[in-house]
Design a protein around this ligand. Structure first.
Ligand SMILES: [Mg+2]
Length: 459
């Protein structure tokens, strides 16, 4: 890579999720009340730990869903009540679910988690108080109120007023950028945040990091703010110099711009698209669009990974047991099928030999097979009970409501699937790259299809 670009919010600036959600939830709820929703919402219980990334909002039924890669709804909540398997089946599994339609809304940024927290809490609260909720209208109102809270300063001004409370400054950021620059790479910032906010945030993150770089601006060749991603990747908006107000199609090094588009940026960078790495946290706005509209390589920042990896490490024994149980289940099922087949044979023979002398022996065989079948069925039941208890405990360890973000049961979740499809790399934070040489080439492991499993040498 000759050029490395970075998004800012949730990529370089790591927000303290519960704090920022609380701020956003309270701003949103007070605006809902101003619009005529009941005052009691101001004191309703909400949970900042309810939503995760990768969920789907069902605007029609007021549910929040988690799907696997095949769009099978694995977990669903109405308010804070978990839907039963039968309720899920009736609502989602008898017809094909279409996530791209008006009815459904993807929750694909950490920024939008607060909207889900408000949605579930309001539905829970109002319905428990016997009121009818218009689910679609409620969600539209929540989205509007959250957007307004972002635009009118109810959220951003509070964040700027106390940055250490809301944003974790990663002390390694300066080191990372310095290492990349020393290896001859050019760096840029491409963010949707406005110029003043970007300036305040980046100063907080970087101005005191390294003496060689007195201002955060010194690390970057290009700084593009208010970029309107994903339109940045498809549109033709000019770059506007923030200090002079001049429009240009040729952004200069060291200046701060708003707007812009990828075609002009690509021209001034002057390197092929596959020599640019863009690091972002938004699967759609940063990663998917960049990948589809350009040849840029992408790295996705997934801060949830720290918790996921910790849970994986702490429960190694349970995961091993899980694998053992699956192998045992397969073995017991094979044995069961074998006895069932033999029993059938014996019973056919018995039907044909009403009086023969072979009868007593055949009858003895029948009893033996039947006993084995009963024993194996009981074993299967025991295995299922243990395995479902283990699954519940593991899900709970990952997340009290949704389990692992990356998995849905034994399958990859729809969120995990998108990461696999669109991100060239993914990691919990940008500074993890400082652990590698700037010249390190990240190679993907050899892909294996199901039929290759166990056939590779040494497997
Ligand atoms: Mg971002």
């Amino acid at each position: 890579m000759k050029v490395v670009g970075f998004d800012m919010d949730y990529t370089l600036a790591i927000y303290r999720q519960a704090e920022i959600d609380r701020l956003s939830i309270e701003a949103t709820v007070s605006k809902l009340v101003e619009r005529g929703y009941p005052k009691q919402l101001l004191s309703m219980k909400y949970r900042t730990d309810f939503p995760v990334r990768g969920l789907l909002i069902d605007r029609k039924l007021g549910n929040v869903l988690k799907m696997d890669r095949y769009r099978y709804v694995k977990t669903a909540y109405h308010g804070f009540r978990r839907l039963t398997r039968e309720e899920r089946r009736r609502a989602y599994h008898t017809r094909r679910l279409r996530p791209g339609t008006e009815r459904y809304h993807w929750v694909d940024t950490l920024y939008s988690l607060s909207e889900v927290a408000v949605y579930a809490a309001v539905i829970d609260h109002l319905e428990n108080h016997g009121r009818t909720v218009e689910y679609g209208k409620l969600f539209a109102n929540i989205r509007e109120c959250t957007d307004i809270s972002h635009q009118d300063g109810s959220i951003l001004n509070v964040v700027l007023g106390d940055l250490p409370k809301y944003v974790e400054a990663d002390p390694e950021l300066g080191v990372l950028f310095h290492r990349l620059r020393s290896a001859g790479k050019r760096l840029f910032v491409l963010t949707n945040s406005g110029p003043e906010y970007t300036n305040a945030m980046m100063s907080y993150l970087l101005d005191d990091a390294l003496v060689e770089y007195p201002s955060w601006r010194n690390y970057f060749d290009y700084v593009i703010t208010a970029s309107k991603k994903p339109t940045f990747f498809t549109g033709k908006a000019p770059f506007v110099d923030f200090e002079t107000g001049e429009e240009t199609t040729k952004p200069d090094r060291g200046r701060l711009y708003t707007g812009g588009n990828i075609v002009d940026l690509r021209r001034v960078l002057g390197v092929p698209g596959d020599e640019v790495l863009y690091v972002g946290d938004h699967i759609y706005g940063d990663v998917l669009r960049a990948k589809k509209e350009s040849a840029w390589r992408t790295a996705m920042i997934i801060q949830e990974m720290d918790d996921e990896l910790r849970t994986l490490r702490e429960h190694t024994v349970s995961f091993e047991r899980h694998d053992v149980l699956e192998q045992m289940r397969t073995a017991v099922q094979d044995e069961l099928r074998e006895h069932q087949a033999r029993l059938k044979k014996v019973e056919r023979a018995l039907n044909g030999e009403e009086t023969s002398s072979a009868r007593p022996s055949l009858e003895a065989q029948r009893v033996r097979h039947r006993r084995s079948i009963d024993r194996l069925r009981a074993q299967l039941r025991d295995l299922d009970v243990e395995s479902s208890a283990l699954n519940d405990a593991l899900d709970e360890a990952f997340h009290p409501f949704w389990g692992s973000s990356f998995k849905a049961g034994n399958e990859v979740s729809s969120f995990g699937n998108q990461i696999e499809q669109y991100a060239c790399l993914y990691t919990s934070r940008a500074t993890n790259f400082a652990q590698y040489s700037p010249m390190h080439y990240f190679q993907s492991p050899r892909h294996r299809m199901p039929h290759e499993a166990g056939t590779a040498p040494g497997a």
